[in-house]
Design a protein around this ligand. Sequence first.
Ligand code: 13P
Length: 252
Amino acid sequence: MARNPLIAGNWKMHKSERQAEEYIQALLPRVAALEGVGVAICAPYTDLKALADSARGSRVEVYAQNMHQEDQGAYTGEVSAPMLSEAGVQGVVLGHSERRAQFGESDHALALKVPAALRAGLTPLLCVGESEQERDAGDTERRLRQQIAEDLGGVAAEQLSELVIAYEPVWAIGTGRVASPEQAQEAIAFIRALLAARDERAAQQVRILYGGSVDPDNAAGLLELPDIDGALVGGASLQVDSFARIVAAARR
Ligand code: 13P
């Protein structure tokens, strides 16, 4: 079953609204002709409305980088899924390793956030991946199995196909140590097999991306592999030129 590739740029805490606007105006013509490739920009909250307005009607979708699991309430500093949806946002990154490590994002919270995003019509982009220590200890599969089981525990099997999953080994994020195509392919095939145990059809439809030190030089070697449905790009998404070259590399 053909899955359209998705290239998502995770800006993390970069770009003011003005910088975001300049970027999107430069990106739109660069990706307009790349049919069959989905593009998403995962931006800080303050950029989302402007980006969504500028990208409307184009192939570029706008994602947030986090959200709260409740629709509303006494949660100072938080933003909910319906708020993102009303701002024109199409998806949301959940469980990024930086949020897990630095902000206490737990598998328990993710088990509530993923269904909350789906209820609001947002595409959850769930990040999973092992640390260097876990890989060295031979614990990669155990870690992936645990994250997939717990984070997706609240999602009905037939809804799994609406998700995007990003395999982001923690040791490859921001380090320049990109996973080899074989390492990425092996982990992603394992994740797909875990999903297939819940729903074979959904597992064939769900897009699974690779993330961690993707750049214009290594993208093609990763994206040509059959199980890798795209990339979640950090540093190399901050410049329009390098991001657009990665999008172009995803064309099949
Ligand atoms: P880098 O591409 O900078 O390694 O970041 C990857 C990442 O964390 C994307 O979410």
